[in-house]
Design a binder for this molecule. Structure first.
Ligand SMILES: Nc1nc2c(ncn2[C@@H]2O[C@H](COP(=O)(O)OP(=O)(O)O)[C@@H](O)[C@H]2O)c(=O)[nH]1
Ligand SMILES: [Mg+2]
Length: 984
C-alpha cells in the first residue's frame, strides 16, 4: 500500500483500509501489509470490507469494540512470530490518566513505636526508684503543656524527652545538631506527615529540680490547633498544673487568652513559658531594650487576665528557645552565675529585685525615675548577657574566638578545651552547643517552677479505706493498641484485678427515673483490667499498679464506655462522685454525611466509626431517620484527620462524603401572636404555651458559659430557686414574679411557669412538673422547622387544666407529647427563624498583608473583621472576626495560599455564636434555583428545606416543598381562620 493511502485528505492516519478494526491503531500497524486476523469473529468479517461499504450500525459496533479491545493477538504460523498490536486503550477505565502522587515516604504499616523490646530507649533515671516515688502522691506532678499552634509545645517536651533518656534511637545526627526537630510526642503517622500534633501524648519520667529533689513528672503534650482543643480539655482534666506556652513574637493572642480563661475557670494553676526568645534576636533583630519592653508588655497583658500575679521572679514565668534547646528561669540563672558573688542570705532578695522598675546602681537597688538613663535590672542581668552570648556565638570567627572563650570562662565559668573546634562547627549547631553549656543540659529551673506551682495545686489524694476511685478520660490508640487514659484519684489500681465502671453519659437522668427501674442499663459493669502502663511518647512501661495521683494507660476497659467514665471498687454507689461528661470547650458544628462506597461494607464502616468516636473525644456521630450517618466535628482539619483515620487506619474502605454542612438552630423573632391551647384526645387535659426571644444578655452569658447551665440546674434541683431568682432580678432586671417561676434551663432555652394562681390549680400543676419539663426538653431537642436544637427561646406556660383527674390514668405520658406540641405551636406563632453557627476567626498576619485578608473576607457572605490589633514590637497584627461556619470552608487554605504563608488563622465556635439566616423560613414561594446558590433572601428557606429533605422530614421526596407549617399542629379550621385574618 502506498504511504499516501494511509492518510485521509485531512492528513489523519487511517491505516490499512482493508483492516477496518485497526483504524484506531494505525500508528502501531507500521504499514506492514500482513493481515491481522482479529480474535473476534465479527470484526473478522469486516476486515475485507472497504470502508464505504460498512453501514452505520456496524461502524458504531466497531467503535465500541475497539474501545473494549485491549490487545490484538495473533500467532503467525509460518514465521512463528507473535505479533502484539496494542491500541492506545490499554489502560482500564478505572485507572486515572494522571495518577495522583502517592506518598512513598512511609509504608502503610508504619509505626513510630518500637516493635522489639531491645529498641526501647534506655532511661537516664532509675526506673525502680521512680516506681517507689510513684507511690507518694506528693512526689508526682501532672502537667499539661498547652498553647497556640506552633508555639513550641512539642519541642519543649522534646527537651524533657532528652532529659529522661540516655540514648534515643530516633536521634539522628540531623536531630542532634538541631537541623530537624525530634518531635517525639508526635508519634502518629498523620502527625509526623502533617507536621502538627493531633492527639495528646504523655511522658512519665523522673528528674531532679534545682534543689536536687527527685520528682516524677507526667507531662501531657497537647495539640495547639483549636480544632483539637478537645484533647486539650481532656489533658486539663487529668492534670493539676498547666504550662501555657507562647511565642514571644506573637505575644498574648486570643487563643492564649482563652486558654488562660479556661485554666482560671478550672482552677488549674499554670506557669507561663515565653518561647522562641531567639526570634527577637535573629529574626526581629530588635535591640535588647526593646526585647525587654516586649517581654514586659507580655507580662503586663498576662497579669490583666489573671487573679494570681505573674512575674519572672515569682517562678511562674519561664523563658525558652526550644529550638536552641534551652529553658531558663530567673532563679536558675541567678543560681548558676550570680550566686557566687552574692552572700547566701541575699540571694532571695536579689531574685526578688531582678524584675520590675528597679535598677542596680553601684550595688544598690533604686527605683527607676529616668527610664532613659537608668536600665532595669532584668535588662542588665539577663537580657543583655543573653543577647551577647547568642550574637557572639553566631558571629564567631578567628578574630573574636579568644574574646569569646575568655568571656565564657570569666562570666559563665565555662572552660572550652579546644577552642579551635568551635570554628569548625556550623553556626546553628554551635549555638545549640553553647546554649547547652550556659543553660545546662537539664531543665532544672523549669522543674522547680512546676514543683512550686504543684504545691498550690488543688487536688489532694487520699489513700481511702480500701476503695478505688479513678476517672477514665478518654480512649486512645497507642502504638496500635487500644488503651484508656486513667487518672487515679484514690486507692490503688492493680493489673489483673476487677473494677466497676460507669459511663459518664449514663448518669441517671430524670427521664430514666420516670419510666425505668433503676437496675437496668445504667448498672455498673464489672471489668478486669489486663494491663496498666505508663505513657512514654513512643513506648510504654508496664507497671503492676497505679496509686493516687497517677495518670496511666489501662487496657481492656474501653469497650464499656463511650467517651469517658468512672472506675471504682469497694465504694458504695451512693457515695460515689460520678464524673459527668467532659466539657470539650469547643462545640461540634461542622458536619459531613458519610457512607461506604460499596454499600455492603457498611458493617466495616460502623465498626471503625465506633473506634474513631472514642479516639476523637469531641466527635459526635448520629444516625438520622433517613439512615444517613452524620459526623460532627470542630472544623475542616478535624474531620480531615478523622476521615483519613477512618479510611486508612480503621475501616480500610473507601468512603463517600457529602459536601460539608453545618448544624442549625431554631429560634423565634417575636412573641407569639396568640396562645393556642392543646387538648388531649378526650379533651380532659388542656394547656397552652407562648414563646418569645430570650433576654439577650442572659442568652449571651449562657452561650459563652459565663453562666453555667449545669450549675443553674443543680441549684434548681436542690431547691435553691432563690439564688436563681436573685440572679435574674439583679443581673438581668427580671421582675420578681417571672424570676421566681423559672422552671428549667435547657440549651439556652428556658421554661417559665406563667400560669395565674386563680385560673390554675398550682398544686396539680406542680405534681406534673416533671412531665411538663420532659415535654419541653423534647421540643427543644427537635424543633419544628427541621428537627434541630432550639436556641434562645423563652417558653411561658400560660394555662394548664385537667378537668377530671380521676378519669384518665396515664396523665404523665399523655402530657409529654402535648407539651411538645404546645411548644411547637408557640414557636410557629412567634415568627420562627433559623440560626446558623458563626465561627470566631483569629488571624495572625504580617501587617502589610492585611488588605489581602480583607479581600478574602469580602468574598464570603457574612464574614466580618471586628478588630485589628498590631502586635507590639513585631511586624505582625492580629485580626479577629466572624464568619458563618458554612462560608468558612477553605478559608484557612485560601489565607495561607494568598499570603504565601504570611498568615495563619484559627476558627472556633467556643463562644457559641449564632446568627439569624436571612430570609423567611415559612415562605413557600422563595426562589431557590437548581444547581445555583440560593439568593440572599431565600437562604433560610433553602437551608431548612435541604435539612428537612436530608432528614427525610418532608413528604414527596427530594424535590418536595413540604416545609414547616403551623397547620401541622392545629385544627384545619382554626388555621383557615388565622389565614383569613392574615396572621399566618
Ligand atoms: N525560632 C524558633 N522556632 C521554634 C522554637 N521552638 C519551636 N520552633 C518552631 O516552631 C514550629 C512548631 O514547633 P512545635 O514544637 O511543633 O509546636 P507546637 O505546635 O506547639 O507543638 C517548628 O517549626 C519549630 O521548629 C524556638 O524556640 N525558636
Ligand atoms: Mg505539637
Amino acid at each position: 500500500m502506498d504511504e499516501e493511502d494511509q492518510y485521509d485528505e485531512f492528513g489523519n492516519p487511517i491505516g490499512n483500509l482493508n483492516n477496518y478494526s485497526d483504524t484506531e491503531s494505525s500508528s502501531s500497524s507500521d504499514g506492514s501489509d500482513s493481515e491481522v486476523n482479529d480474535v473476534d469473529s465479527d470484526t473478522e468479517n469486516t476486515s475485507t470490507n472497504p470502508l464505504n461499504e460498512i453501514d452505520e450500525e456496524e461502524v458504531e459496533q466497531a467503535e465500541i469494540q475497539t474501545d473494549d479491545i485491549v490487545l490484538y493477538k495473533d500467532t503467525m504460523d509460518e514465521n512463528n512470530v507473535e505479533i502484539l498490536v496494542e491500541t492506545n486503550n490499554t489502560q482500564s477505565l478505572n485507572e486515572p490518566l494522571i495518577k495522583s502522587q502517592t506518598y512513598k515516604a512511609r509504608g502503610k504499616e508504619y509505626s513510630s513505636f518500637p516493635s522489639k523490646k531491645k529498641d526501647i530507649p534506655r532511661t537516664s533515671y532509675d526506673k525502680q526508684y521512680m516506681f517507689e516515688l510513684l507511690k507518694l502522691p506528693e512526689r508526682i506532678r501532672n502537667v499539661a503543656v498547652i498553647g497556640p499552634l506552633h508555639s513550641g509545645k512539642t519541642s519543649l517536651v522534646d527537651l524533657f524527652v532528652q532529659d529522661a533518656h540516655d540514648k534515643l534511637p530516633h536521634m539522628s545526627n540531623n536531630i542532634k545538631q538541631g537541623w530537624t526537630a525530634l518531635r517525639y510526642m508526635d508519634s502518629f503517622k498523620q502527625e509526623i506527615e502533617r507536621g502538627i500534633s493531633i492527639k495528646l501524648n504523655g511522658l512519665t519520667f523522673m528528674e531532679t529540680d534545682l534543689n536536687d529533689k527527685s520528682m516524677v513528672y507526667n507531662i501531657l503534650d497537647t495539640p495547639g490547633h483549636v480544632n483539637f482543643i478537645d484533647e486539650c480539655a481532656v489533658a486539663l482534666e487529668a492534670v493539676e498544673i498547666a504550662i501555657i506556652c507562647l511565642d514571644v513574637v506573637e505575644g498574648v493572642t486570643s487563643v492564649v487568652r482563652k486558654l488562660i480563661e479556661i485554666c482560671e475557670k478550672m482552677g488549674k494553676p499554670f506557669i507561663l513559658l515565653i518561647n522562641k526568645i531567639d526570634r527577637l534576636i535573629f529574626e526581629l533583630k530588635i535591640p535588647p531594650m526593646d526585647a525587654y519592653l516586649k517581654i514586659k508588655h507580655i507580662v503586663e497583658e498576662i497579669n490583666m487576665l489573671t487573679t494570681e500575679k505573674y512575674s519572672p521572679e515569682l517562678d511562674n514565668i519561664i523563658f525558652a528557645s526550644t529550638k536552641l534547646g534551652f529553658t531558663f528561669t530567673v532563679r536558675e540563672f541567678v543560681k548558676y552565675y550570680y550566686s557566687r558573688s552574692i552572700p547566701n542570705d541575699k540571694i532571695e532578695l536579689f531574685i526578688k529585685k531582678s524584675y520590675g522598675c528597679i535598677t542596680l546602681n553601684k550595688g544598690k537597688y533604686e527605683k527607676i525615675t529616668d527610664p532613659v538613663l537608668q536600665l532595669p535590672t532584668f535588662h542588665d542581668l539577663f537580657i543583655l548577657p543573653l543577647y551577647k552570648l547568642l550574637s557572639s556565638s553566631i558571629a564567631l570567627d578567628k578574630k573574636s574566638l579568644d574574646g569569646f572563650v575568655s568571656t565564657l570562662q570569666n562570666q559563665f565559668n565555662i572552660v572550652i578545651e579546644n577552642p579551635q573546634d568551635l570554628l569548625k562547627m556550623d553556626p546553628y549547631p554551635l549555638l545549640r552547643y553553647i546554649c547547652k553549656l550556659v543553660f545546662h543540659e537539664k531543665q532544672a529551673g523549669l522543674y522547680h517552677c512546676i514543683n512550686e506551682a504543684g504545691q498550690k495545686g488543688s487536688s489532694r489524694y487520699t489513700e481511702s479505706s480500701g476503695g478505688i476511685l479513678a476517672r477514665v478520660l478518654k480512649t486512645l490508640d497507642y502504638g496500635g493498641e487500644e488503651y484508656s487514659l486513667v487518672k487515679v484519684l484514690s486507692g490503688t489500681l492493680v493489673a489483673n484485678s476487677n473494677v466497676q465502671i460507669i459511663d459518664s453519659n449514663n448518669e441517671v437522668t430524670e427521664s430514666d427515673n420516670l419510666y425505668n427501674d433503676d437496675d437496668n442499663e445504667d448498672d455498673p459493669r464489672n471489668v478486669k483490667i489486663t494491663e496498666i502502663a505508663l505513657m512514654e511518647g513512643r513506648y510504654i512501661i508496664s507497671v503492676e499498679s497505679a496509686g493516687p495521683g497517677q495518670i496511666v494507660l489501662v487496657k481492656n476497659i474501653s469497650q464499656y464506655f463511650d467517651k469517658s467514665a468512672t472506675l471504682y471498687s469497694n465504694i458504695k454507689r451512693t457515695e460515689l462522685p460520678i464524673f459527668g461528661p467532659i466539657n470539650y470547650i469547643n462545640k461540634a458544628c461542622f458536619k459531613v454525611i458519610i457512607e461506604p462506597l460499596v454499600p455492603k461494607e457498611l458493617p466495616k464502616l460502623l465498626d471503625a466509626l465506633v473506634k474513631v468516636s472514642k479516639y476523637y473525644p469531641g466527635l459526635v456521630t448520629k444516625i438520622e431517620e433517613s439512615g444517613e450517618h452524620i459526623i460532627l466535628g470542630f472544623g475542616e482539619l478535624y474531620l480531615d484527620c478523622l476521615l483519613y483515620d477512618l479510611r486508612n487506619t480503621y475501616a480500610h474502605i473507601e468512603i463517600k462524603i457529602s459536601n460539608p454542612v453545618t448544624i442549625f438552630s431554631e429560634g423565634v423573632h417575636k412573641e407569639s401572636f396568640t396562645a393556642i391551647p392543646v387538648e388531649s384526645s378526650n379533651k380532659n387535659i388542656s394547656l397552652s404555651v407562648s414563646a418569645k426571644p430570650l433576654d439577650y444578655k442572659l442568652l449571651n452569658d449562657l452561650s459563652q458559659n459565663k453562666k453555667s447551665e449545669i450549675d443553674i440546674e443543680n441549684d434548681i434541683a436542690t431547691g435553691n430557686i432563690r439564688k436563681i431568682s436573685k440572679m435574674l432580678r439583679t443581673e438581668y432586671d427580671w421582675d420578681s414574679l417571672t424570676s421566681r417561676n423559672v422552671w428549667t434551663f435547657h440549651y439556652s432555652n428556658i421554661l417559665v411557669d406563667d400560669t395565674l394562681p386563680d385560673e390554675t390549680d398550682k398544686e396539680l400543676l406542680m405534681k406534673y412538673q416533671q412531665q411538663i419539663k420532659q415535654g419541653f426538653y423534647w421540643a427543644v431537642k427537635e424543633g419544628p422547622l427541621c428537627e434541630e436544637y432550639m436556641y434562645g427561646i423563652q417558653f411561658n406556660l400560660l394555662n394548664f387544666q385537667i378537668k377530671d383527674v380521676e378519669q384518665v390514668k396515664n396523665i404523665g405520658s399523655q402530657l409529654i407529647p402535648m407539651v411538645r406540641k404546645a411548644c411547637y405551636i408557640a414557636m410557629m406563632t412567634a415568627e420562627p427563624i433559623i440560626l446558623e453557627p458563626i465561627y470566631e476567626i483569629s488571624i495572625i498576619i504580617k501587617t502589610q498583608l492585611i488588605p489581602i485578608a480583607e479581600e478574602l473576607f469580602c468574598k464570603r457572605r457574612g464574614a466580618k473583621i471586628l478588630t485589628s490589633r498590631k502586635i507590639g514590637g513585631s511586624p505582625l497584627s492580629e485580626l479577629v472576626g466572624r464568619i458563618p461556619v458554612i462560608e468558612s470552608i477553605g478559608m484557612e487554605t485560601d489565607l495561607r495560599l494568598s499570603t504565601r504563608g504570611g498568615a495563619q488563622c484559627q476558627l472556633q465556635f467556643w463562644n457559641n455564636n449564632w446568627r439569624r439566616v436571612p430570609g423567611d423560613v415559612l415562605d413557600e414561594d422563595a426562589i431557590i434555583p437548581k444547581l445555583k446558590p440560593a439568593p440572599y433572601e431565600s437562604l433560610s428557606r433553602d437551608f431548612v428545606m435541604k435539612t428537612r429533605r436530608r432528614k427525610g422530614l418532608s413528604n414527596d421526596g427530594f424535590m418536595s416543598n413540604d416545609g414547616p407549617s403551623l397547620s401541622k399542629y392545629i385544627d384545619p379550621e382554626l388555621f383557615e381562620q388565622l389565614k383569613l385574618n392574615n396572621l399566618v
